[in-house]
Ligand binder design. Structure first.
Ligand code: NAP
Ligand code: HSE
Length: 433
């Protein structure tokens, strides 16, 4: 049996999962890859930190030179996260003809081109399955199994932390902060969970998936982004009344060559398969012009599910025969140029929750303003009095399909009405038609 040495950069949630899988599934990995994989070094910041797994102390180092200068180390597994020094370390490793596996979606989405070009130039492999949707083989699915298709649409729940929070708020009555704390304890959240809850993490992932699915360069700023921090329990309750659930959806649609790319909370029908994706599970629904609808489902975060994708990437490098120079592995994202739509151009239905004055004629005033902005209302529901102020009342509006630009102008005009105190929330609705 041939032996190969690898190094891990990071031994946090994902690094721990990688370590556990390499140890518990040694035989599977050996038989499938043809190699016995030895972890020769692990880079961390603090050697004395408890790790939750037993790792021989001699393997841990705080000095990247111990790894980069060891010519026997053939593969670098970057699971430390962040931009620097992760970028610098991967470039240095490729200079030394070491192959790379990474889970770093932030770096891939914001500076991936430099890394892909470097991998191409050095003829090393650069694998990143774990960067999107944890254990789900979505990158390989798109890169390998869907190449006969024109992708028309993609909808994804690609962030485990926010899906966990929304599930706990909807079904267990947890408040936002308690649910986030649980997600952090489970190892789902990013080191700075702002990335999860404000939708940045999903934005990175949608940029990566869309670049691959459409063979085009998607810049991070091409993807419209909103997080879930404005979602209140009352919105979840109203959604239930409409037989909907709220999910943080990543959406891309190809409208005759123009792409709309967006991440935001979305009300979707409660009987749609994506509505039944709970906890830290992720799912990606892709519509290809040949295959039709295809759905990928699995754990989107956590040590073992993410470790599964990382270790599979290592195995795939070993199977490609690391002794061969110039493997040239990088999938091209410059095959087509696509126009990107502004968010104001999208068509959607909308849910709006307003606090307004409780007096006669208010509903009429609101309906007129909305109509003048070419928005047609599907329903207007007056909810109970505001418990803290009996002169205020909650109104919930649901629109027919309309341009987002029209809704935004309607909102501006509504704020000019004396009777409208606040537009508490505004959530897009998706029917998947
Ligand atoms: P984490 O728990 O914060 O672990 C990061 C690890 O990297 C720690 O061991 C840390 O060392 C080490 N590290 C960070 N900066 C370092 C530096 N400058 N020098 C040396 N070591 C450094 O993060 P994680 O959750 O495992 O995530 C790692 C990566 O995987 C991120 O890119 C993340 O986005 C991605 N990812 C995470 C998940 C998930 O479910 N968590 C899923 C998919 C992808 P110390 O332990 O000594 O502090
Ligand atoms: N923080 C990420 C999530 C980790 O919650 O989905 C997986 O990429």
């Amino acid at each position: 049996m041939k032996k190969v040495k690898i190094a891990l950069l990071g031994l946090g949630n994902v690094g721990r999962g990688v370590w556990m899988i390499l140890n518990s599934n040694k035989e599977e990995i050996m038989k499938r890859s043809g190699y016995e994989v030895e972890v020769a070094k692990i880079l961390v910041r603090d050697i004395s930190k408890p790790r939750g797994v037993e790792v021989p102390l001699g393997l841990l180092t705080t000095d990247f030179n111990d790894i980069i200068n060891d010519d026997e180390i053939k593969i670098i597994v970057e699971v430390m996260g962040g931009i620097e020094p992760a970028r610098e370390y991967m470039i240095a490793a490729m200079d030394k003809k070491k192959h790379i596996v990474t889970a770093n979606k932030m770096l891939l989405a914001t500076g991936g081109d430099e890394l892909f070009e470097k991998a191409d130039k050095e003829g090393v492999m650069f694998n990143y399955e774990a960067s999107v949707a944890g254990g789900i083989p979505i990158i390989n699915g798109i890169n390998e199994s869907l190449t006969a298709n024109k992708v028309e649409r993609l909808y994804g729940i690609v962030n485990g932390t926010t899906n966990y929070i929304l599930t706990k708020m909807a079904f267990d009555g947890l408040d936002f902060n308690d649910a986030l704390k649980e997600a952090q304890e489970m190892g789902y959240a990013e080191a700075d969970p702002t990335s999860d809850i404000e939708g940045f993490d999903s934005q990175y992932k949608l940029a990566i998936l869309s670049s691959l699915a459409f063979g085009t360069k998607i810049k991070i700023e091409d993807v419209y982004r909103e997080g879930i921090t404005k979602i209140e329990s009352v919105d979840i309750q109203y959604a239930k009344e409409f037989k909907k659930v709220i999910k943080l959806l990543a959406i891309v649609k190809d409208n005759d060559g123009r792409l709309e790319l967006r991440v935001h909370p979305t009300m979707i029908p409660e009987n749609h398969p994506l509505a039944n994706v709970y906890d830290s599970f992720n799912a990606v629904l892709i519509k290809g012009n040949a295959v039709g609808d295809l759905m990928f489902y699995g754990r989107g975060a956590g040590d073992l599910p993410t470790g599964s994708a990382v270790v599979s990437d290592v195995v795939s490098i070993l199977r490609s025969n690391i002794e061969i120079e110039n493997l040239n592995p990088v999938v091209k994202n410059n095959l087509w140029v696509k126009e990107i739509s502004d968010i104001s151009e999208i068509d959607s239905k909308y849910y709006m929750r307003l606090t307004v004055a409780d007096r006669p004629g208010v509903l009429g005033e609101i309906s007129s303003v909305v109509g003048e902005n070419n928005v047609s209302l599907r329903s207007v529901i007056q909810k109970g009095l505001d418990v803290e102020n009996e002169n205020k009342v909650t109104i919930v509006l649901v629109t027919h399909m309309t341009k987002e630009g029209n809704i935004k102008s309607a909102i501006e005009e509504l704020y000019k009405l004396d009777a409208v105190y606040k537009i508490n929330n505004f959530i897009r609705m998706e029917d998947f038609n």
